[in-house]
Design a protein around this ligand. Structure first.
Ligand code: KG4
Ligand code: ZN
Length: 344
């Protein structure tokens, strides 16, 4: 491959924190040359959720194949790669270890620098892929299966968490409610779809506020309210309109997310707002933010759905900015299941 006068930077991103084995090659931080995702969703659906032991085993089976495919699709070889970025936390320890071990082995064999990346930093950075003009500072709402964070992105790699969930993550609430109404795993996309046929105002579910903390979330009360509603219907032998339950539950989640996020944008004097994580692919959430941001003259950014759920392109992008900042990891890099954003 020919290099231009200013040397191009190619990052090989690797992600294996949950149930997706993924690898990607990203050029100069914003151009995704390949994005290979081997999803285990079908396998875990059998058990109604992710089974950590099965996830680790599947990652081991797939990881080399996925990395090879990412290089092939990008039309590069390891010789072209400037640095290897790998998710080292947070996530399932056994799952994380597979990606981390593969990245360390390649780095050790080739001498290519190794960079450990925070999974949430990856989710936030997914916004840079299709929004070439987006630069910090901005407010980002990260809503995934494991996290609900309201983050001030001060600069590349510089984050201030101003709100978090006190109990369930937003995606977790979607998954639990979906299971309760018989939709199966993963619940988010199924509720998203079914809610199109329901009335979001049919049932009033609570919008929780966390006392003394404007930006924290709590979704467990909402989940209980949905379960109580379902049980009540069953006891009274009333038929449950699952589409109405899905639409009303989803509206309760969306209302709270929009209210908290826009209050933060105003309070912190920002004019840019982004969403990230699996739940950010929710069509109703995106529409609600589109409308409310337009009304307040706030620039709204979101990744395409394929870059919202777990992928390695986002890790490649985050790895690029960490590379520029001089971040390098040693061969003692380990999986850190509860890694905090901004910690090393
Ligand atoms: O970011 P992600 O792929 O994995 C984590 O880092 O957790 O997020 C997965 C979560 C799951 O809870 C899934 O149900 C939810 O994102 N999700 C959605 C949608 N697509 C995925 N939630 C609501 N609407 C969707 N369209
Ligand atoms: Zn994720």
């Amino acid at each position: 491959m020919e290099n231009s006068v200013e040397k191009d930077i190619y990052i090989l991103g690797i992600e294996s924190s949950c149930d997706e084995t993924a690898a990607s090659v990203v050029k100069n931080g914003r151009e995704v040359l390949s994005n290979v995702i081997s999803s285990q969703i079908a396998l875990h659906t059998l058990y109604g959720g992710v089974v950590p032991e099965i996830a680790s085993r599947k990652h081991i089976e797939k990881i080399n194949q996925v990395i090879d495919q990412a290089l092939t699709d990008a039309d590069v070889t390891l010789q072209d790669i400037t640095a290897i970025a790998v998710t080292y936390g947070p996530g399932l320890v056994g799952a994380l270890l597979v990606g981390v071990s593969a990245a360390k082995a390649i780095s050790f064999a080739t001498g290519i620098p190794l960079i450990g990346v925070h999974h949430i930093e990856g989710h936030i950075s997914a916004n840079y892929i299709e929004n070439k003009e987006l630069e910090p500072p901005f407010v980002c709402l990260v809503v995934s299966g494991g996290h609900s964070h309201l983050v001030i992105v001060r600069d590349y790699g510089k984050y201030e968490i101003i709100g978090r969930t006190r109990d369930d993550a937003a995606g977790e609430a979607f998954d639990k409610v979906a299971r309760a109404i018989g939709l199966g795993y993963p619940g988010g996309p199924k509720i998203d779809k079914l809610s199109n046929e329901g009335n979001p105002d049919a049932i009033h579910f609570p919008r929780a506020k966390v006392v003394g903390s404007d930006y924290d979330f709590s979704f467990s009360g909402l989940k209980s309210a949905v379960l109580n509603y379902i049980n009540g219907c069953k006891m009274r032998n009333e038929e449950i309109n699952t589409a109405d339950v899905a639409a009303s539950f989803q509206k309760a989640v969306v209302d709270v997310l929009v209210e908290h996020a826009l209050a933060a944008v105003k309070e912190y004097g920002m004019d840019k707002f982004a969403i990230a994580g699996g739940v950010a692919s929710n069509a109703h959430l995106r529409k609600a933010f589109e409308d409310s941001c337009a009304a307040r003259k706030i620039e709204f950014y979101h990744p395409s759905p394929i870059f919202c759920t777990d992928n390695a392109a986002m890790i490649g992008v985050a790895g690029y900015y960490e590379y520029l900042a001089g971040t390098r990891s040693g061969y003692d890099l380990n999986a850190v299941p509860n890694l905090k954003l901004g910690e090393r």
